[in-house]
Design a protein around this ligand. Structure first.
Ligand code: SF4
Length: 338
C-alpha cells in the first residue's frame, strides 16, 4: 500500500477516508491520483470542489469527498495547515469520526487511541468469545473497551495496524488460519470451535428498490442537457441527467416526462429507452431507465438543481457524475465516437 510506512498526517488522513468501505486494491489508484492532483493540504483547500469530486468519481460516498475538502479548508484556516494531533481536536473536523480520529492520531502522531473497524471487531469478538450481535452498538462498545485496555502505549500505530492486519490476513471471515495466528493462545473461539458462529451478525433489513427515469434531451446542435445536484442532498455537487422516481400508476416514460416538466419546466417526448441499469446504494437500490427525449416546448430552467448546462457528448467526461450516470455517459461517449 503506497501510504504504509508514511508518517505524513495528510497522506494518512486521505488514505483512511478512502479506505472506509472501499477495498485496498480499489483505493490504491485513487489514492495515487489524488496525491498527484492535491499533493498537500494547501492544494486541496484551494482546489475547486468539482475537481475534488471528479478525482473521487467512482469511489462512491461523495459526502466523504465534500467533507475532506471542507476539512482541508478548516486545517489551513484554523491550524496553519497542520492536522491537529489530539483526538478531541481532530474529531471536530468534518468527516472524521471515532475510527478515523483514532487511526490518524495513532499512526501519524503515536497517540494510544485504539481503532475499531470490521476486522478488529471480528478478531476481538472471536478472541474473547463475544457472541452478541455485532450490529448492536453495545457490542461494538464492548470491543472498543477491550482494545482500549490492550493497546500498546509504546507502539500504538503498530498495535492498531497489526490487529487490523490479523483480521484481514489471518482471522478471515471464513476459514480463519488459527494454526498460524500469533494470538491463538488465549483465543476463546478457536478453543471452543466457535469460529463459524462468532462474530454473529443479525440478518440485514430488506432495502427498498426504486425505479428512476431520467431524460437525455438532445438539442439540434447535438448538445445534451445535464443538471448540477443541490449541495445539501445525497450525491450533492455531482452532475446528472435530470429525472426522478417513478410514482405509482405511471409508466416509466410518463415518469421522465413528468419529472422533466417539474425540474426544468419543459414539455418533452420520451421516445426511446436508451439504457437500463441497476445500481445498489447503502440503503436502497435502483433501476435507472434513461430515455432519449425530444423537446416539445418551453425553455429549460434549473428549478430543482443548482445549475443546468448544455454540453457536447465529448465534454461529458469533464464533469463528475454519480456511478449510475457515469455508466450512461460512457455509453453515450462510446456510441458517439463509434
Ligand atoms: S486463533 Fe483463529 S479465531 Fe482466534 S484470533 Fe486467531 S485466527 Fe482468529
Amino acid at each position: 500500500m503506497p501510504w504504509r510506512g508514511s508518517k505524513d498526517p495528510y497522506k494518512i488522513w486521505i488514505s483512511e477516508i478512502m479506505l472506509q468501505q472501499t477495498r485496498v486494491e480499489q483505493a490504491r489508484p485513487y489514492f495515487e491520483r489524488f496525491m498527484s492532483l492535491f499533493p498537500t493540504v494547501f492544494d486541496l483547500a484551494k482546489a475547486d470542489q468539482q475537481k475534488v469530486l471528479k478525482a473521487w468519481e467512482g469511489l462512491g460516498y461523495y459526502s466523504r469527498a465534500r467533507n475532506l475538502h471542507a476539512a482541508s479548508k478548516m486545517i489551513v484556516d484554523q491550524y496553519d495547515g497542520k492536522l491537529p494531533e489530539q483526538y478531541e481536536e481532530i474529531i471536530k473536523l468534518k468527516g472524521i469520526g471515532p475510527y478515523s480520529a483514532a487511526a490518524i492520531t495513532s499512526i501519524a502522531f503515536g497517540k494510544p487511541n485504539a481503532v475499531v473497524d470490521g476486522n478488529v471487531i471480528r478478531v476481538i469478538t472471536r478472541y474473547f468469545g463475544i457472541e452478541d450481535d455485532i450490529r448492536s452498538t453495545r457490542t461494538v462498545k464492548q470491543v472498543q473497551e477491550h482494545v482500549n485496555e490492550l493497546i500498546s502505549y509504546e507502539y500504538p500505530a503498530e498495535f492498531n495496524q497489526g490487529l487490523m492486519e490479523i483480521g484481514s490476513l489471518v482471522c478471515k471471515p471464513t476459514n480463519p488460519d488459527c494454526s498460524n495466528c500469533p494470538i491463538q493462545i488465549g483465543c476463546v473461539a478457536t478453543k471452543t470451535a466457535k469460529t463459524d458462529s462468532i462474530p454473529y451478525k443479525s440478518p440485514a433489513k430488506k432495502t427498498p428498490h426504486k425505479h428512476i427515469g431520467v431524460g437525455i434531451i438532445e438539442r439540434e446542435d447535438g448538445k445534451v442537457l445535464i443538471a448540477l445536484r443541490p449541495e445539501d442532498v445525497m450525491l450533492g455537487g455531482l452532475w446528472e441527467f435530470p429525472g426522478g422516481k417513478q410514482e405509482e400508476g405511471e409508466s416509466i416514460q410518463q415518469t421522465v416526462e413528468r419529472e422533466l416538466k417539474e425540474e426544468l419546466g419543459v414539455e418533452v417526448h420520451a421516445y426511446k429507452e436508451f439504457m437500463k441499469l441497476k445500481h445498489v446504494y447503502s440503503h436502497f437500490s435502483i433501476t435507472l431507465h434513461a430515455f432519449n427525449c425530444k423537446l416539445i416546448s418551453g425553455k429549460a430552467k434549473p428549478k430543482k438543481s443548482q445549475e443546468i448546462r448544455w454540453v457536447s457528448i465529448d465534454e461529458l467526461e469533464e464533469y463528475p457524475f454519480p456511478k449510475a450516470n457515469k455508466q450512461l455517459t460512457e455509453k453515450l461517449v462510446s456510441e458517439f465516437s463509434s
